[in-house]
Design a protein around this ligand. Structure first.
Ligand SMILES: Nc1ncnc2c1ncn2[C@@H]1O[C@H](COP(=O)(O)OP(=O)(O)O)[C@@H](O)[C@H]1O
Ligand SMILES: [Mg+2]
Length: 269
C-alpha cells in the first residue's frame, strides 16, 4: 500500500506546488511509482510546473463524479518515468470535493502508487481540511517570514485536531520544509534563521531550500529544477526526497562562503 503525503502550508505562495513537482520527480527518479495530485481546486498550477498543461482532458473531480475512469485522468509525466499526474478541476467551488469520494479515490491511488503526493490549498482556504484529512504524513512548507511561520503553526494545529489519524487516536507524521531561505539576509539578522523557525513550529526539519532564481526559470520551462544538475535548490530537493525515503542525508551547507573564494569573486564583479 502506498503512502499519502500532503504538502501544505498556512500561507499561499510559499512554494507548495514547487515542492510537490520537485519531490514527486525526485522520488520517481529513485525508482518509486509516484502520483502528484493537485487538490488546489480552482488555482491549478502544478500542471504548468510539470509542463503537462496541454495534456489535461479529465481532472480529479471528473474521476470522483464518475465522468471517467481514474486511468483516463492520470497523465504520464514527460520528463520522468514512474511519475503520473492527476490535475485539479478549474471549478470555482472549492468545496466540491466530498470526503467519501476523496477516500475512495485515494484508496485506489494507494493500490497503484508507492507515493501519493497531494498539493494542498493553503490553510486559510476552504478545501484545505479535505487535503490533509487522509494524510499519513504532512510536509509543512514555510518561508522564513514571521507571518508565514505563524500561519504554518495554525495549520499544524488543524492537522493534529482534524485529520483521520487524529480522530483514530494516532498521529500524522509531520516535518517542516523551509523554502526561499536567503543565507546572506539571515547572517545580517534580517531574516528568521532555520533555528528561529524550528523553535516556533517545534517540528523536525526535513529540508531547507535556498531562494534560487533557477526555480523560477525551471517553472517557466515546465521542467522541475531538480532535473538540473547544477542548481543548489535542485540538490536540496533531491536530499529531501531521500529523507522521505528514510535515508539519512547531510543537510546542505547554505552559509555564505567567506574568505579567499569570495575575495576572488569580488574582484571579478
Ligand atoms: N526556492 C525558491 N526560490 C525562488 N523562487 C521560488 C522558490 N520556491 C518557489 N518559488 C516561487 O514562488 C512562487 C510561489 O510558488 P508556488 O510553488 O506556486 O507556491 P504555492 O503552491 O505555495 O502557492 C512561484 O513563482 C515560484 O516560482
Ligand atoms: Mg500552489
Amino acid at each position: 500500500m502506498g503512502q499519502i503525503i500532503t504538502i501544505t502550508s498556512g500561507k499561499g505562495g510559499v512554494g507548495k506546488s514547487t515542492t510537490v513537482a520537485n519531490l514527486a520527480t525526485a522520488i520517481a527518479k529513485e525508482g518509486k511509482k509516484v502520483v502528484a495530485v493537485d487538490f488546489d481546486i480552482g488555482l491549478r498550477n502544478l500542471d504548468m510546473l510539470l509542463g503537462l498543461e496541454n495534456r489535461i482532458v479529465y481532472d480529479v473531480v471528473d474521476v470522483m463524479e464518475g465522468n471517467c475512469k481514474l486511468s483516463q485522468a492520470l497523465i504520464s509525466d514527460k520528463n520522468t518515468n514512474g511519475l503520473s499526474f492527476l490535475p485539479a478541476s478549474q471549478t470555482k467551488d472549492k468545496n466540491i470535493l466530498d470526503i467519501k469520494k476523496i477516500e475512495k479515490l485515494l484508496d485506489e491511488l494507494k493500490t497503484i502508487f508507492d507515493f501519493v503526493l497531494i498539493d494542498s490549498p493553503a490553510g486559510i482556504e476552504s478545501g484545505f481540511e479535505h487535503s490533509v484529512y487522509l494524510a499519513d504524513r504532512a510536509l509543512i512548507v514555510t518561508t522564513p517570514e514571521v507571518s508565514a511561520v505563524r500561519d504554518a503553526d495554525r495549520v499544524i494545529g488543524i492537522i493534529d485536531a482534524k485529520s483521520k489519524r487524529a480522530k483514530d487516536g494516532s498521529d500524522v507524521e509531520k516535518h517542516v520544509v523551509i523554502n526561499r531561505l536567503k543565507p546572506a539576509l539571515v547572517e545580517k539578522g534580517e531574516m528568521l534563521s532555520i533555528e528561529d523557525v524550528l523553535q516556533i513550529l517545534s517540528l523536525p526539519l526535513i529540508g531547507v531550500v535556498p531562494d534560487d532564481e533557477k526555480v523560477v526559470s525551471a517553472t517557466n520551462k515546465g521542467i522541475p529544477v531538480v532535473l538540473s544538475d547544477e542548481s543548489l535548490s535542485g540538490e536540496a530537493y533531491r536530499r529531501i526526497a531521500k529523507r522521505v525515503l528514510g535515508e539519512k542525508v547531510d543537510f546542505l551547507d547554505l552559509r555564505v562562503k567567506k574568505g579567499f573564494g569570495s575575495f576572488i569573486k569580488g574582484l571579478f564583479k
